[in-house]
Each structure stands twice: as structure tokens, then as C-alpha cells.
Design a protein around this ligand. Sequence first.
Ligand SMILES: O=P(O)(O)OC[C@H]1O[C@H](O)[C@H](O)[C@@H](O)[C@@H]1O
Length: 549
Amino acid sequence: MAGLGNLTTDPVWIKLTDYYRDNKEKLNLRALFENDSTRFDKYSLEVELPCPNGGGPALIDYSKNLIDENVLSLLFDLAKSRKVEERRNAMFGAEKINTTENRAVLHYALRSREDDAPIVLDGKNVIVDVQRVLKEIESFTGDVINGKWVGYTGKKITDVVNIGIGGSDLGPCMVCEALTQYTVGPKSHFVSNVDESHLTDVLKTVNPETTLFIIASKTFTTQETIANAQSARKWFLTQAKDESAISKHFVALSTNVEKVKEFGIAKYFEFWDYVGGRYSLWSAIGLSIALQVGFENFRQLLDGARYVDRHFLETPLQANVPVILALLGVWYNSVIGWESHAILPYDQFLSKLPSYLQQADMESNGKSTTLTNERINSYNTGPVIWGAAGTNGQHAFYQLLHQGTHTVPADFIGFVQKSEDIAGISHHSILLANLIAQPEALMVGRTKPSESIPEQLRPHKYFEGNRPTNMILSKKLTPFILGALIAIYEHKIFVQGAIWNINSFDQWGVELGKELAKAIEPELAGKSKGNHDSSTLGIINFILKHGNN
Ligand SMILES: O=P(O)(O)OC[C@H]1O[C@H](O)[C@H](O)[C@@H](O)[C@@H]1O
């Protein structure tokens, strides 16, 4: 935000870093818990998520963090001095806070309801357009699911292939998998990689007569998506042998209507440039979600996020979930210097959440220039986000979490209820027991290995503990709760961007590689020779010699 000074000269920042320097030994979780029996009550929140079809209480336990009252109060002071609330109000006031692209940031408007207070951008209430497109989505998904919209031979649509990449893939792909149990419509498939095996693999499993292709691209110029869309069209036409059949089998989702028409797609669902790609699953980009789970469930996903929008906007900082999670992240990443953050969902249906949040967070906050054009070189901005579904991760990388030289703060995410048990074995209680045990083990460690262990083995069985975690627990993985969870992370990312004074809504960093790839492509066909360093040239020459061009 213009007018914000350098973070490292902010008096609150100085107090925070000094406090850490002088008190790091005291920030020991075992001792903090031993000395304060009320710690859980102090540092956890129970939030009611009101939805008759799948809401309920959510627990956000942040007591297993290396914080005490002083740290927390300084972190809230930091949020004040970095004008987090003003910046939040600017976003919700439709100001053009994405200054490098001169755009407002209105993904929250996609979750609005018809009678919500107007969100006015350039003199126009954007809710009107949002509702219009939602109605189009509702009617189209109804027609496809009910068999009113049929393929060129009159058969019902059984499969949907979403062709998109980045924000036009990761969100809908993650949500469709997460809501598998809510499936009422066609089966969804996702093709993103320009590697042709991704598309051909999916095409092997579908029938052109019953498949709907969704070409999802905000810009409709993304090389990978356009190449995959063209190949899908060609594949379709070799079987349908009739151009007019395209209109029954190809729809587009984009902000670029002209390009959609140029491509030859008549049916499209619009969204707008105030929606960033990584924030777009709530827009027409979510069509594949609505087709799979039905419009009502899609609406509940939006409602869950809308609920969190209100929470973020109206709750005091001290009880504001995205704000608290963001401040803890700043504490670890920027003050202490722990550069990565793990996302560990204990639900197989959420296995794609870490990749989704990787884009959401790393593309948003992977920046090193402030909004006032200074280079940032004295503190970390966006962390490295990674993770996997529990319990799989436990048998892969948790070793490093427990005993490695890195400290990786982690979010454990779980659901209290599961719908079914298999053959009387309570898979879910095994899962929950692991979900509880891991953060406990990470915190308490084992500093005195048993006497029965041979002495020379004891150092290897030593667990330092004191490794911080958050626990996010809710009742069940429902559309509403999923929407709420995603929005919590969106706003967490927003708050961190505000503290670091960066623009979380552009992504210029992905441009250079794209430009160079375009220049290299003709070189691989032997059509031109570029001026490269010897390494890049050596790689090109190897491909020219051994490739099949
Ligand atoms: O939706 P599209 O315009 O095809 O863009 C797809 C993706 O590509 C870009 O490179 C950006 O890094 C992403 O933010 C975006 O989601």
C-alpha cells in the first residue's frame, strides 16, 4: 500500500525481531504448555460454520506455535502498523489494488448473493454480471445433468474434459476430487500439461459422442491450453466428421470472448479481469465443478467462502482466522527465517490441496519488489508451500519434519466425521489417531530415549520436538466447509502480502520463461538459431541430434 514504509524499519517489526533474539530459548512448546494450563483455550478458536446441509463447528488450534502473549500481541500490532485492515477494506471497496495491472481484486464478488450490497467498479455493480453468469451456469449444468443437453448423436453427456492450466485447472481439479462423494453429474477429467500424453491418456477413456470439452482459459492465449484444445478438436472431428457437432461438445470459459469466437466456440461462460487465475474457481472456471456436483452444491461451495469473507471483514484481528494464520506465517518465515510451510490434509479427497495452495500462495506472494518499487532483500516473503495427504506423507517426508535440520511449520487439516467404514474396520479412527499423534510428536519430541536402548543408538532416537503446527478441524468435507477452508487460505495470503507490502495479484515472474520458450520452439525445428549461453546451446544441440524432429 502506498505510504507504507520499509518493513524492517517499522518500530513494531524491530520490537518483534528483538524479542525473538532475546527470548528464543523461552519459546519452548513443552515448557509453554507445562506452565500454562489454559494455553489451548487461549490460542484456539471454535468458529460456527452455518450451513444446514453441511456446516458445523470448526476448530482452529494454534496453541502448538512458538508464541507467547508478547509475540502474539506484537504480531497484531504489526498487522495494525502495516495497515492490514485498510488494505482489506480497499479490496472489499473495489479499489484497484492490483496496481501493476491496474485492476481491482474482486474474487469475493463471485461468492456474493443477488441482494448483497452493491460492489461498484467503474460505476457498475459487478454483482449483476456475476449473478447473470451464475444463472447461465445453473441452467447449463441442469440441462447436461438431466440429459436435456445431448451430444451430436443424441446421447447423454457422461464425461467432461476440462482443458486448462494453472488457475484454470488446479482449483476445479482439486475441488472435483474433494467433492467426489457429491457427484451427481458426468465424470470429470482434467488435461493441463502440454505433454501430449496427458491429453491422449484421457482421450483413450472417453467417447466423443458423450464427452463435453471445456476449454478453460482466462486469457485464451495460453500456449499449452490452446495446443491441447486444438488437438482435442481434431480428435473429436476425426470421429464426428461434422463441424456442426462442435457446438454440442465444446464450451469455453474466458474473459476473452473475441479469442473464444476466433477459436470457433459459440457457447461460452464469461468472467472478468478482476478475477486472478488462481482465485478463479468461484467463477465460470468452476463450471466443471458445477457439472459434477450439481449447481446447488456449487452454490454451497460459494456460500462457504462468502461466510469466510464476512468473517475476514468483520471479525476483530484477535479472533480473525485468516489474520492469525497469516501472522504466524510471517513470524516463522520473515522473523525466524523458516522458509517453507507444509499443508497436510488428513483426507484422501483433499490430496490435491497442497498443489492448489502452492499456486495460490507461491504465485501470489513469490515477489521481491514492494508496491513502492523497492527491492526486498532483508526478509523472506512468500514461503515454499508443499505437502501431501496424510497418512502417506508420514511414510515419506515426515522423517525430515521430525528430525531434519529444517523446521517446517505445518497445517494439519482433518474432518471429524467420515461417511462410511469398510468391513467394520474403522479406517477413520486410525486416520484421526494419526492426525492427532503427529502434531503431538512434533511438539513434544523425545528428548530422553529409553534406557533400554543401546547407548550408541540413543542420539538417533532423539527427537528435539518444539516443531510448530496448526490444526484445522471441521465436521465433514462438505461443499460449504471446503469453500470456507479455501477462502481462509486466500485471505491468509492476502494478509501476508499486505504485511510484506507486495502485490499478491500479479505474476510477472512467469512471463520470461514463456517468452524464451516461444523463441526456442523454432530453433528445435531447425528453423532458426538463437543467441544462447553454452549450456542452453548444448542442451538444444543434444535435442536436435537425438530428438525425433
Ligand atoms: O487461464 P489462463 O489465461 O490460460 O492462464 C493460466 C495460467 O497461466 C499463467 O501462466 C499464470 O501464471 C497463471 O496464473 C494462470 O492461471
